[in-house]
Design a binder for this molecule. Structure first.
Ligand code: XMP
Length: 318
């Protein structure tokens, strides 16, 4: 039978074997998968692991600084790279979901390529890819037409990159990754973090992306997620977030007519993200959060709650 301790032992031994004295660059996201992957690699190769945390400008509010802080004292060698401008530029004017995903994937690879050149003799690119990422990105028949969503970190590297990929979690489901993290002593707070997609808010802003839309959605998301924490609901939900819709609707503020954006809140229960049910959040909570969002976030005058399950809907809207 599979146990996290045994997985850690065999994986660390295999990684030592495979990597020897080679240097590995790994993209950290602050989330469970990449942090567990980094911790395994760190156990195997220590100082030869170079972690990079990229700010793609599509993170949650204040996430870049908070995540860098979280890694202080974990023994990992982490460098923060602010590439926000580069991502936003690559996304400019793009509104097709797959085009956006691919643009983000491309820029991530470019940033890593640049960073890897700063690490002498780097041979490997470590990634926290887990099993559901692999299956959802690759169709059962292997044909591209059945791809549901191109995950930003799946699908191989372009030819110009000489790094080989190492993905110690490729065969694990999310709950297994959490158990592996717990067996290595990672904090419950980190392990309890909701999943957050690599393309970040880009796939929650429907249509094209601007710095202003990112700012609006960061504020909305922040109110929703802090509300979940304050009401003791955060740990009852597998994942939650907000979508900024490309829709304006008419509202009224004081005696003024408004014509502003609509946001959709989404909270789901799941075990692995492959299927999901929407969560029956208390009406009082939804009412409070909706009021806070409309009163505090300029540019939003309507909040709706997504009551679709996966399938047939997906968790992210793009
Ligand atoms: P969907 O929207 O396919 O999402 O139901 C399932 C889970 O995967 C996350 N997700 C991603 N995670 N890179 C990631 O690291 C991606 O490109 C990506 N796309 C979706 C999503 O947040 C949910 O947890």
């Amino acid at each position: 039978t599979w146990t996290p301790d045994a997985f850690v032992d065999t994986t660390v031994a295999d990684l030592k074997d495979k990597l020897g004295e080679d240097r590995v660059i790994l993209g950290l996201s602050g989330g469970v998968d990449s942090t567990v992957a980094a911790t395994l690699l760190h156990k195997a190769i220590g100082k030869n692991l170079y972690c990079i945390f990229v700010n793609n400008g599509l993170l949650r509010k204040d996430e870049f600084t908070q995540v860098l802080k979280q890694y202080e004292g974990m023994g990992l060698n982490v460098k923060g790279v602010d590439a926000s401008a580069r991502f936003l530029e690559a996304l400019e004017g793009e509104s097709d979901p797959e085009t956006k995903r691919k643009a983000i994937g491309r820029v991530f690879v470019e940033v890593f390529d640049d960073e890897s050149k700063l690490v002498e003799n780097a041979k490997w690119l470590g990634q926290g890819t887990i099993y559901p990422d692999v299956i959802e990105s690759v169709s059962a028949t292997g044909g591209p037409s059945a791809t549901i969503k191109s995950h930003h970190n799946v699908g191989g590297l372009p030819d110009y990159m000489t790094l080989e990929v190492v993905e110690p979690l490729r065969m694990l489901f999310k709950d297994e990754v959490r158990r592996v993290g717990a067996s290595m002593g990672l904090s419950p707070e980190l392990l309890g973090r909701h999943p957050f997609p690599g393309p970040g808010l880009a796939i929650r802003i429907l249509g094209d992306i601007t710095a202003e839309k990112v700012r609006i959605l960061q504020e909305v998301d922040h109110i929703f997620i802090s509300g979940l924490r304050e009401w003791g609901l955060y740990d009852k939900v597998w994942q939650a977030g907000a979508m900024l819709l490309p829709v304006n609707s008419v509202g009224v503020m004081g005696d003024e007519r408004t014509y502003e954006k609509c946001v959709a809140l989404r909270a789901v229960e799941s075990t692995d993200g492959m299927t999901a049910d929407w969560v029956n959040l208390p009406y009082e909570f939804l009412q409070k959060v909706s009021n806070d969002i409309i009163n505090k976030v300029k540019g939003v005058n309507r909040v709706v709650y997504d009551i679709s399950s996966k399938p047939p809907a997906t968790i992210e809207w793009e």
